[in-house]
Structure formats: structure tokens, C-alpha cells
Design a protein around this ligand. Sequence first.
Ligand code: CA
Length: 229
Amino acid sequence: MLKPLVLVVEDEPAQRELLLYNLAAAGYRTAAAADGDEALLKIAEEEPDLILLDWMLPGISGIEICRRLKVRPETRAIPVIMLSARAEEADRVRGLETGADDYMVKPCSVPELMARLRTQLRRTRPAGVGERLTFGNITLEPETHRVYRAGVEVRLGPTEYRLLATLMERPGRVWSRAQLLDRVWGRDVYVETRTVDVHVGRLRKALKAAGADGTDPIRTVRGAGYALG
Ligand code: CA
């Protein structure tokens, strides 16, 4: 599975570069925006997994961006950590009231920022930050890249592994083939949508062969895509 993508919205070039450097060093994929308009564009284009959002930006403020994100169903679930030079209690409360998931005062301690980032991503991208996942009798361990069904190891190719990790992060969610391509193969890779069906087929076969019951945990949703459970 692809590493979580963190969008850094910060108008100060030095601070922006420092954040991008530390995020990349921690293994995250990154994207950056220097003002509010660029941020909204990048959010629509890249669909980040988390946003580090500076409060004071030229043009649309960080707080306004946060408010807009939290009212739209497509972006509501993206965790937002507001970064601000303001340390006043009232500002912190206001930041959280607009729907920000967390708030930090600049300059931030890098280890603390990374810890808070992980806390947010543990909810939304658990496998992406190394959390072990379970669904029924299936267990997936990101640290070792191993998958078990009813205690028996399931041998999967790297693509089938990423596919299963994606499905297990959001049981019940219906993924279109295009969404799976973005998440499992990446946006920069050109792959035909039919390829998704081929790999889902292989994953199904491997999962059915493992464990005792041999049931198929993957559901095909006609005209829509695939879901786990
Ligand atoms: Ca700023």
C-alpha cells in the first residue's frame, strides 16, 4: 500500500521545506502548497491523507480552508492539524471549533508533531502507519508484510498485499477500480482498470485457499467496484 500522503500548507518557504524534509525522512509521501488557493487545488487533485495547515496564509486563511473542508462530505474525513504562531487559548479553541482535528503552536517540536500525525493517521490510514489490521479471521501485519487467515499464513504478491491492506483499512467501503488504481498502484502509473480485476481475482483465490472455511471475504458490487465484507 502506498505510504500516507501529507499535504503541507505553509507560506514561509523555510518552514515549509523543514516540514517536507522531516515528513519525507519519516517515510511519508508529501505535497506542498504556499497559499490557500493552491491548497484547495492540491486537495482536490491529490486527495491527501492528512493536511498540516498554517493558520496565517496569504489569500484564503487556514481557518477558512479548514471550515470548507469540514463541511464537504468528500473532504470531511481528512485529518487537519492546524499550525499557528498564536498561542492564545482562545485561538486554540477557535481552531478546534472550525473542525481542525488537532492544533499545534509554531515552532513545533518535530517528534511531537510526528507523534500527533501518527495519532490522526492511526484512525484513517492504520496500515499506512504500521498498525496491525484484523477482519474476521484475517490478520494483516504491516511491519512484516505478512497476512494470516485462521492462523495460516497467506502468501501474497506485493500488489495483492497492497490491495488487501487498502480494503482492510476501510471494511465495508466500496472502492471503484479507479480509486483502487490510485491507492494501490499510484497516480503516476498507467495501468488499465481491467488489471484491478486480475489482481482481485488472485487475492480472492489466495484467501479462499487459506484457512479452514474457504469463504470469499471480497464482495463485487455491480457497476461500482469492490468491498471487503
Ligand atoms: Ca504563515
